[in-house]
Design a protein around this ligand. Structure first.
Ligand code: TXA
Ligand code: MG
Length: 349
């Protein structure tokens, strides 16, 4: 199929005409990639099982990995999920915004959309283009990140085009994603469990609703054959084709380690801004890239997926990157980076 690309800078008259067309595509079972404040989403009508099937096919995603349904207001969740008091507490504080809540599903959500589970993930995004698209479509929009299964989520329309050209009806280019990592996912059932960390941090969630347990899959590899709470956790994720090694230690120690290993021909070294000068010039033929200042987790989140994508386009064979701490937004970075590195971490002193 031919993919139409539409650029929207602000919600003006012509943007509304484009969005009306995009909504029509969704309503008639087609696929539209749209921007959100986290990453780009690959959207289809969440109430249409065929659209869900098309989403899985376009992504090359196993159909047991459920889709998030995007609603235009938090109370729209009522039609599709058994909402609870805790859901509304979270909604009041964090929605619209980068939070996804997993609840018991109602039968209005086709089994296909929820990957066969009896729960459904609900998210009300903040991005104005996303909100207007959902509103105009008049149905919730099922949308995974708009990347091919396994590769880093797209944070620009160029990334989307690399993966989705010819696989979707329309791509809406709304500029760079604001945050750059996917939403925080929390599951509410008998307990409260963090399934995926994101911009909304564990401590912010706990301030709002009390103790939250963290699924061990957030920070650790799964045991072989282990049953997971979130099917997406069992798949290889965010990984470039190059081998990624995370370094838990100072930049100086990293420098010595990489030198000693001698494996830096065609390597990419991801370094905090203040450490870039330390690496520059020491590793011929390696590329040193700036991850943002070490205390600026937001900037690092904003850059991570783009850096990981660039690695492959440069023909890099090995990537070295610092292992972030797990506090605040660091937990989201940690979670994505250990997956990108296939849990390959070296601890230095
Ligand atoms: O920021 C985001 O959440 C982006 C934008 C587009 O909204 N979407 C996104 O979707 O990251 P996706 O499909 O790439 O990641 C959603 C994750 C998957 O790992 C999936 O397994 C999990 O959420 N998930 C979806 N429904 C679930 C459910 N009912 N129970 C547990 N996990 C679920
Ligand atoms: Mg994804």
């Amino acid at each position: 199929m031919t993919t139409e690309i539409v650029k929207i800078e602000s919600l003006d008259e012509s943007a509304r005409v484009d969005l009306a067309r995009a909504a029509e595509i969704i309503k008639t079972g087609g696929l539209v990639v749209f921007p959100t404040e986290t990453v780009y989403g690959l959207g289809g009508d969440a109430t249409n099982p065929e659209a869900a099937g098309k989403i899985y096919a376009a992504k090359g995603r196993p159909s047991d990995n459920p889709l998030i349904i995007h609603v235009s207001t938090p109370d729209e969740a009522e039609k599709y999920a058994h909402t609870t008091e805790l859901y509304y507490k979270l909604a009041e504080r964090f929605m619209p915004g980068p939070l996804t809540v997993v609840l018991k599903a109602k039968s209005t959500v086709p089994t296909n959309t929820r990957g066969g589970l009896d729960t459904v993930a609900v998210r009300c995004p903040e991005n104005p283009i996303a909100r207007e698209l959902i509103r105009l479509a008049g149905v919730p929009i099922a949308a995974p990140s708009a990347n091919l299964s396994g590769s880093p989520s797209p944070t620009t329309a160029r990334h989307v085009l690399e993966d989705m050209n010819g696989r979707v009806d329309m791509i809406i280019d709304g500029g760079e994603s604001d945050f750059g990592l996917e939403s925080t996912i929390i599951k509410l059932d008998d307990g409260i469990t963090l399934l995926r960390p994101g911009k909304i941090t564990l401590s912010e969630l706990e301030e709002c609703i009390g103790d939250v347990s963290v699924s061990h899959a957030v920070t650790e590899a799964l045991a072989p054959g282990e049953r997971v709470l979130s099917p997406g956790m069992k798949y290889r994720h965010y990984a470039p084709k190059a081998e990624v090694l995370l370094i838990d230690g100072s930049a100086l120690a990293a420098c010595e380690y990489i030198r000693a290993e001698g494996d830096y021909e065609n390597a990419t070294i991801i370094a905090y801004t203040e450490d870039v000068p330390l690496f520059k010039g020491k590793f011929p033929n390696a590329s040193i890239v700036d991850f943002g200042s070490s205390d600026d987790r937001l900037e690092q989140a904003h850059r991570l997926f783009s850096l990981l994508r660039d690695v492959d386009s440069k023909g890099t064979l090995k990537v070295y990157a610092p292992l972030p701490g797990q506090d605040g937004i660091g937990l989201a970075l940690y979670n994505r980076m250990i997956r990108a590195a296939a849990y390959n971490i070296v601890k230095l002193n």
